[in-house]
Design a protein. Structure first.
Length: 335
């Protein structure tokens, strides 16, 4: 029989192994508990455009419900400027804990990689997609005082008066900008692009006479179409919008190949832990599909989407392929 003294080292080793196991597993358990508990404080949704813009409206409508789902308040913060790059960089550069995320659009998430020689962030690697929130067709409008009654009259005026007309957008490389550039190319006309920090600012320029026509999100223009200050001529989608059934497409007047959605999606720093990304994404998707939220978005002429992060990433890849040839052909640069 072995003496007790010969067994002590074995017992000591076992106790030491058990202690080391607890030391290793305890932090993992703590991290799992922390992830399960997330979020434990209010969140911030950054909007790279001004108050009242389409991204701002989407952020406020969706995050109100998403905050209720997560059990925390979500505060919306506007950071406009530099074609959306300032606010989108703020999202990419935020502390990667999920408490700061945001919305953005085609320009900052896709096209600005072509428009700017250098960006402070890389959209494909520094940002993780959460969900594509909405699609919305831009509406081609003119001031009612311009005396232009239909899209054919505008196209004739553009062709007969090269460089006489200016058009605004909420930034170089946005669909509001590119859809008009493509239209001008298709009809052989020229006009001057004037970028602004948001759709409301672009709209103000149109009403003041600094610009003469525009393709802007319906949320920005339809109230003024209804009160008679603007005339809606066409939508920049391949088929008529169910939310704007009385407005024709450009294809209906013989201008083919003009298709552009002023989409808006939610993103977060790619360094955010995957489990936190999923909780945030799931809450946003659930919010977008909520009947009351969908109704509020549709009231703003927006088609709710709420797809998966992988689907959103695939769509952004498709957008880059869609707009890259035009941007390179025209030599468009960000401002």
């Amino acid at each position: 029989m072995l003496e007790a003294s010969t067994l002590l080292p074995g017992r000591a080793v076992a106790r030491r192994i058990a202690a080391l196991s607890l030391a290793v597993l305890a932090p993992l358990a703590a991290n799992a508990t922390a992830a399960d508990a997330w979020p434990t404080q209010p969140l911030k949704a950054v909007v790279p455009f001004g108050p009242g813009s389409s991204p701002d409206q989407v952020a406020r409508i969706v995050t109100e419900k998403a905050g209720a789902i997560l059990g925390q308040t979500i505060v919306v913060e506007n950071k406009p400027g530099a074609s959306g790059n300032i606010g989108t960089f703020a999202i990419a550069n935020a502390k990667p804990d999920g408490y700061t995320f945001g919305v953005s659009i085609t320009g900052p998430l896709v096209n600005n990689t072509l428009l700017f020689d250098k960006l402070p962030y890389a959209p494909a690697t520094d940002l993780a997609p959460l969900t594509l929130a909405v699609h919305q067709p831009n509406v081609l409008v003119v001031p009612a005082s311009a005396g232009i009654g239909n899209i054919g009259q505008l196209l004739d005026a553009l062709k007969k008066n090269p460089d006489k007309y200016n058009f605004p957008s909420p930034g170089a490389g946005t669909v509001s900008h590119l859809a008009v550039e493509l239209l001008l190319q298709q009809i052989g006309a020229r006009a001057t692009h004037v970028p602004y920090p948001s759709s409301p600012a672009a709209l103000t320029s149109l009403l003041s006479g600094d610009t003469q026509f525009a393709a802007l999100p319906p949320i920005a223009v339809m109230p003024m179409v209804k009160d008679g200050r603007l005339k809606a001529l066409a939508v920049t989608s391949s088929k008529r919008s169910a939310l704007l059934p009385d407005i024709p497409t450009l294809a209906e007047v013989g201008v083919q190949g003009i298709e552009g959605s002023a989409w808006i999606g939610f993103v977060v720093s790619s360094k955010t832990p995957a489990d936190v990304q999923k909780k945030l994404s799931d809450a946003l998707i659930q919010a977008i599909h909520d009947p009351e939220v969908a109704k509020r978005l549709q009231a703003q002429f927006m088609d709710p989407v709420g797809d998966t992060p992988a689907q959103f990433r695939g769509y952004m890849d498709d957008e880059l392929k869609r707009w890259e040839p035009l941007i390179k052909k025209l030599g468009i640069k960000g401002q």
